[in-house]
Design a protein around this ligand. Structure first.
Ligand code: PMP
Length: 322
């Protein structure tokens, strides 16, 4: 779909996957005025195709748009864009638990203009790609590298928006994490936990309380929000507040924190086995699947997503009909 300041949203079309042409002066190539989303289409046992809380992705895209001075895509147009693409690509939605069609909506400044101001011409696209099981041979615990030299975002910055620049800023620390033998990078701000390169962070206390960072500079993950809701449904306490790195360290040492996990659309829930920093390494308990609250919440969430249990919150949205 195209957008211009004069014409608003226009020229919606579903077209075969192909290269696009851009003017070398297109604003996105210079000033990174772009935003995106990530969600999945799941095939249920009866063949129908659903997505999970896509309204939340649509609203988050609008919040990202406001921060990046891009036009807000109306929610109905966003949802229609997913349905129109998936109906065309229905054969690409795989069958079988843990597989899906990954959907990537994105919007960027297409106007050829080298002055620094919000672009007056914008493109919105959705592309799709089949995704296999994230973990072959079962869920694997990950190790985390604590980045202390680099921040991903600052107060008032773009951290809460899903914009490419945040990911560009995380590439170097992510490479550092790999060099340290770790899978993911963890960012701090003022000594408080933020999030990983592409996932939110949740700690589990001995009494089942879930603790997760509140911050104005992290992405408000839809997976995290859903897991917290499922935990509340079980009568567990959920604390969303600033969490100092020291609280995690001390909590593990004293046995008060019994699990830590990363969560996001791609892997859903990923137990964290190790936290490594320049001056310390802590090994974290990874509970056997039957004893892990994280894994039990993961199962409940994926059962909802794949239509294996009742969707009591009305989180599913049909993409191939209606
Ligand atoms: N934080 C970051 C930086 C991410 O890229 C993602 C993945 N979109 C998340 C958190 C998790 O968000 P969600 O649960 O909506 O996928």
């Amino acid at each position: 779909i195209h957008w211009s300041e004069r014409g608003g949203w226009h020229r919606a079309a579903v077209e075969p996957y192909a290269k696009i042409s851009l003017d070398p002066a297109a604003a996105v190539l210079h000033y990174a005025q772009e935003i995106f989303e990530g969600l999945k289409a799941y095939r249920h046992a009866d063949g129908s195709i659903w997505s999970f809380r896509p309204d939340q992705n649509g609203l988050r895209l609008q919040r990202s748009a406001r921060r990046l001075a891009l036009p807000e895509l109306p929610l109905e147009v966003f949802l229609d864009s997913l349905k129109n693409l998936v109906r065309q690509d229905a054969a690409w939605v795989p069958e079988g638990g843990e597989t899906s069609l990954y959907l990537r909506p994105f919007m960027f400044a297409s106007e050829a203009f080298l002055g620094v101001r919000a672009a007056r011409k914008v493109y919105y696209f959705v592309i799709a790609s089949p995704a296999g099981a994230y973990f072959k041979g079962g869920v694997q615990p990950v190790s985390i590298w604590l980045s202390t030299d680099y921040a991903r975002a600052g107060h008032g910055g773009t951290g809460a928006a899903k914009t490419g620049g945040n990911y560009a800023a995380s590439l170097l620390p992510q490479r550092e994490a790999y060099a340290q033998g770790c899978d993911q990078v963890l960012f701090l701000q003022d000594g408080n936990l933020e999030e990983l390169g592409g996932m939110n962070l949740v700690l589990v206390k001995k009494d089942g309380t879930l603790v997760t960072p509140a911050s104005d500079s992290i992405l408000e993950g839809i997976t995290r929000d859903s897991l917290l809701q499922l935990a509340k449904d079980r009568g567990l306490t959920v604390e969303q507040r600033p969490v100092a790195i020291a609280e995690w360290r001390d909590g593990v040492a004293s046995g008060d924190i019994v699990e830590a996990f990363a969560c996001g659309t791609a892997a859903v829930v990923n137990p964290i086995a190790q936290l490594k920093a320049k001056d310390f390494t802590i090994e974290l308990p990874v509970l056997p699947e039957g004893e892990s609250l994280a894994m039990s919440l993961r199962k409940e969430l994926t059962d909802i997503q794949y239509g294996r249990v009742e969707d009591r919150h009305g989180w599913l949205y049909r993409l191939d009909a209606g």
